[in-house]
Design a protein around this ligand. Sequence first.
Ligand SMILES: [Zn+2]
Length: 816
Amino acid sequence: MSSRKGAFRNSPPSVNFFTSVDEENSDLSEAATVERAEERRLEQLKRMSAQDNATLKSVDSEIFDNGPFQQGFHSSGVNGHVVSSPFEISHYPIEIQENKIALQRQISHRARLESSTCQERDLMCLSPLSGHGIAEELERECLSPQHIEMHTFRDAIDVNYQRMALTGEELSGVPLEDLKTASALIIEALKLREEYMDRIGCHFPATTKHFLSGHFPRNLPKYRKKNTEQNVEPPVEPPRASPDDLDGVGAANTSFHPPEPPVDHWGLNDPLPTFPVVYRLERKHGVTQILGADGELVDTFRPYYISKDKFLKDTERLIFMITDGPLKSFCYRRLKYLENKFQLHVLLNELRELHEQKSVPHRDFYNIRKVDTHIHAASSMNQKHLLRFIKKKMKTEADTVVLEKNGKQTTLREVFEGLGISAYDLSVDMLDVHADRNMFHRFDKFNAKYNPVGESTLREIFIKTDNFVDGKYFAEVLKEVLSDLEDSKYQQTEPRLSIYGRSKDEWDKLAHWAISHDVWSPNARWMVQIPRLYDIYKAKKMIKNFDVILDNVFTPLFEVTNDPASHPDLHRFLQMVSGIDSVDDESKHEYVQFDRSTAQPEFYVDSENPPYSYYLYYMYANITVLNAFRRARGLNTFALRPHCGEAGHVNHLVAGYLTSESISHGLLLRKVPVLQYLFYLSQMGIAMSPLSNNSLFISYNRNPLPEYLMKGLNVSLSTDDPLQFHFTKEALMEEYSIAAQVWKLSSCDMCELARNSVLQSGFEDKVKIHWLGPSYREEGVIGNDVSRTNVPDIRVSYRYEAMVDELTNLFRTKHL
Ligand SMILES: [Zn+2]
């Protein structure tokens, strides 16, 4: 038995029928041996049929009988074991099992050879088997009339599953000329995004980058080794976190959990960094200028300034593209193709994916990392939680002064007496913060729901950071939310805190609030949201022009980067801030257009709100310079991750595509195939909240999330506002649970969404390597660690190969 095992291992089972011992020992590669045997087998079969062999065999039995337990096998020295006749279907259980395995191997060998044959021709396909010794075989294979040229990319790391490939000349469903024009436009749009992301220092996928630079498809990696534990290269991109924290990444201490954070997590005992040069800061055309001693822009930062004209020109170009008829149909077809291809992939590989997931010990959907990529701090608790908290405060702190109006101080008891409510009366119904069906398409009503019991005083007392009690209650309730998350361990969150831009000390107050109340958790990284409320401040005469808002929002950030000692708390707080968000009702009509005639921010005194893209452009323009400045000083940088495409005009998405690392919502993408395809090719993150959308803009069953997911867009699930939309303590799980049930998501889909959420999040590299694996930045299978993510390699491989296929299809026209 042992010798049989040995023989079985040394030679591929499908070879044995016609292979002599000599050949088995020859030094031909395994693949070549298989290939030769395969040919001989075919010859033999031909001969058999020519001789009108009386033995009748079905096609299936031919393949099945060509397994290891056959007469030919015995000739290699093994004997005495009873097996089925070579002309019968195997009926011993072990034979059936072994034959199935043999068949699988045979099919995968064949597929591999086919793809490497293509590579010999046009270098578009790759296989680890390509090399010396089999070239002639491949040549012959190419010439054989049965050979079909397969246009598909195959990752050098071999994952065994059923792939689909296309044959024939026309590969894109449109005439060659259309393909050429379409790809030229798509490539141009991708280049634009690459340029904008490079400037701000945000993520752009390496594969697409390589295609743009001309490095791919010619140099697609021929040999890649998957190693999830060692030889970890430090991340290529500049880290979000302070770089000293990245020490030790090379050593890759890759336990499944990040190391315990220091007790002094705000770094209160660490001295503030000092820098030799302190620059002069000045505001000009809505952007902070970093000036040297000579009063000129510092050269290092000069490339990071972007002009309004350039942005407008690029926007116009993109708007031309999204309305271009042929391009629209091209993108629509590609997206439909991707969607259907995924459905076929699932049809063929669902069981294998499931099996791969099951074979990972310990890991399941509950203990993989998932990040709530879009949630507002003010509504991060659910209604029951807020109710309980308010009741508790009414019982224990009724005599605390919580408000001061016109010099008159009011206690909590007096506030509730004024409302005519006792602690006993108060119920979730009375709190009335939950979304109801009257809110559909009524963002104004939704905003009003932030006021418990319909009273802005309660909102002021309980969910504001800057009030008479110094945001004490808000801090307490948030810390309860964070502590619940820590208990659940695998759920992380990125809550948004507000900076309004009404006064310059808002940042300092916010930082002081966070640090003095110690609102901190290893499960959270803060985001800062800037509401687009210029028109309201203007009407209330709080500000003179638009630049006042920009000045209040960005100048403190430049100052603290220039000299951390100028805002010590802010310096520490910013280390826990990963990104900046832009929020408000997108469905509001925009009365002003952003074009060359639109006033610069310092001259913008209109009573109407500036348009969405105006806000986004000035935020982008400031953040690019700020990030360059902070990078130069070794500080963490910020990503722009606005709410975008929830409602309103599709131009919002164009601005988002150029300026933002990822967006929240993206519902309107369903109407813009060109942008959707671009989002796919640049793997832009979309944090979607179908439950929130269901209450506000689009009913659950029409939400485009499942469609995006099928096409391979980088989508994640998030809660938006648990206070208004969720019923349970674990809002994020509620979101996943409903999505899984309504859309029948498989466990693999859910894990993929969770992995996307971690990738999109602003957690530092040093944390993500523990959650996703040390090579997580690599694209394709090599970056996936199934023991951490529970996403099967099959799924990741499918996504990667589909993406490279799309890009190859687009870029090959360059050489035609
Ligand atoms: Zn939101």
